[in-house]
Each structure stands twice: as structure tokens, then as C-alpha cells.
Design a protein around this ligand. Structure first.
Ligand SMILES: Nc1ncnc2c1ncn2[C@@H]1O[C@H](COP(=O)(O)OP(=O)(O)OP(=O)(O)O)[C@@H](O)[C@H]1O
Ligand SMILES: [Mg+2]
Length: 201
């Protein structure tokens, strides 16, 4: 049977990486053939995204780099699913919609999101399930305050806009995108995610 495609989304510090890796372990214990991946990827295209950040690339350059990385990643994800593996992906389409649309003037945000979504149409693989781990920007930032190499994404006002974009995305696609409260203890968040994934396996 074809595997499932599950993405983890939310603002910086909401717990995507920690939670998705724990979910991976739990699924494997249950003999689910699951694999973990992330965006930006660890390929040269993912490195190009990181280089764009380091060199202060503009919002459109950034969007194009993410899309190039994603278009190749989709092939990899499809191949995994074809082998019956369930793919857990730490950040995907919604990150680009939420973050890059927060990088333009507020009155252009909706148009930017719409354009980005349409630009993805020819190559996108839509997730079977997207788990949006929701926390307040203050909490996300406090969790990563000790981390080195903080990016411009991590500024509070910007993260507030990203959070609002995520909320709008979740409201627009309640079937695909499930909101999980990420502010409670880690084990509880993992359980909430497993409950959602259990519904689509
Ligand atoms: N529910 C939780 N309760 C307490 N601490 C948490 C919880 N979830 C994650 N953390 C901690 O918060 C920090 C950030 O988590 P993590 O790196 O998983 O976030 P992230 O969403 O992947 O962030 P980024 O978008 O920056 O990659 C880590 O130190 C992690 O251990
Ligand atoms: Mg992470």
C-alpha cells in the first residue's frame, strides 16, 4: 500500500523537529514504516536556501530557492511513498506560504500567498495531513532563545505575522490541516499528533 505524507508546521520554536522525531519513533514501535525528512533539505538545493539567508536574499529569491528545493524533494517523497513508507516532513509548503507572505507589505500578503500557492500547483504533492503545532510567538521565541545562529525569522513582530498566516491557512483548509496546541508538555503534544496521524493510517 502507498504510504502517507504528513507534514509538521508552525512558527520557530513551536516544537516541529522535536515532536516529529518523537512521532517517528513511536510509529516505528508500532511497526509503521515511517521515515523523517525536512525542508530546507540536506541537498545542495537546501544549502542554496541557507546560503540565501546568509547572504540576505530578497523575499522572491528566497521563495524561488525554496520552490526549487521542494520540487526535487517531492520526487524523493513520492518514491518513498511508492515503497509503502509514511513520510514525516518537518516544514513544507505551508512554511513558504506563511513565511514568505509575511515578508511583503501587509496589504500584499494575501496576494503573495495566493501567487505562491498557484506557483506550486504544477509540481506539488499535497500532504495527506498537516499538523500545525500552534504556540504563541513569545513561547516559540523563549524556547529557542539560547540557540546560536538565529535568523531574521525569529524576530517577534515577524513571527506574529507568520503565526497569523498559519492561522488563516488552517482556517481555510480544516480537512488537511489539524491544529495541535503546542504549549503543553512535550509528551502530550506527541500524543495529540499520533491521534491525528492514526486517523489517516
Ligand atoms: N511541548 C514542549 N514543551 C517544552 N519544550 C518543548 C516542547 N516542544 C519543544 N520544546 C523544546 O523547544 C525547543 C525548540 O523545539 P524545536 O527545535 O523542536 O522547534 P522547531 O519548531 O523545530 O523550531 P524551528 O522552526 O526553529 O526549527 C527545543 O529545545 C525543544 O526541546
Ligand atoms: Mg526545527
Amino acid at each position: 500500500m502507498r504510504g502517507r505524507f504528513v507534514t509538521f508546521e508552525g512558527i520557530d520554536g513551536c516544537g516541529k523537529t522535536t515532536v516529529s522525531k518523537k512521532v517517528l519513533g513511536r510509529l516505528r514501535k508500532r511497526k509503521v514504516r515511517a521515515v523523517w525528512t525536512c525542508e530546507p533539505t540536506r541537498t545542495w538545493l537546501g544549502n542554496a536556501v541557507r546560503r540565501g539567508w546568509a547572504e540576505g536574499a530578497g523575499v522572491f529569491t528566497e521563495a524561488f530557492l525554496f520552490m526549487a528545493d521542494r520540487s526535487e524533494h517531492v520526487d524523493e517523497i513520492c518514491a518513498r511513498m511508492g515503497k509503502g513508507q509514511t513520510v514525516l516532513c518537518d516544514r513544507y509548503l505551508d512554511s513558504t506560504l506563511a513565511y514568505q507572505a509575511a515578508g511583503v507589505d501587509e496589504d500584499l500578503t494575501a496576494g503573495m500567498m495566493d501567487w505562491l500557492r498557484r506557483a506550486h500547483l504544477p509540481f506539488l504533492l499535497l500532504p495527506d495531513l498537516t499538523i500545525y503545532i500552534r504556540v504563541r510567538p513569545e513561547l516559540g521565541l523563549s524556547r529557542i532563545s539560547g540557540r546560536k545562529g538565529r535568523t531574521k525569522f525569529e524576530r517577534l513582530a515577524f513571527l506574529g505575522r507568520v503565526a497569523r498566516n498559519y492561522d488563516a491557512l488552517a482556517a481555510a483548509e480544516p480537512q488537511r490541516m489539524k491544529v495541535v496546541d503546542g504549549s503543553g508538555p512535550l509528551d502530550g503534544v506527541v500524543e495529540l499528533c499520533l491521534a491525528e496521524i492514526g486517523k489517516i493510517l
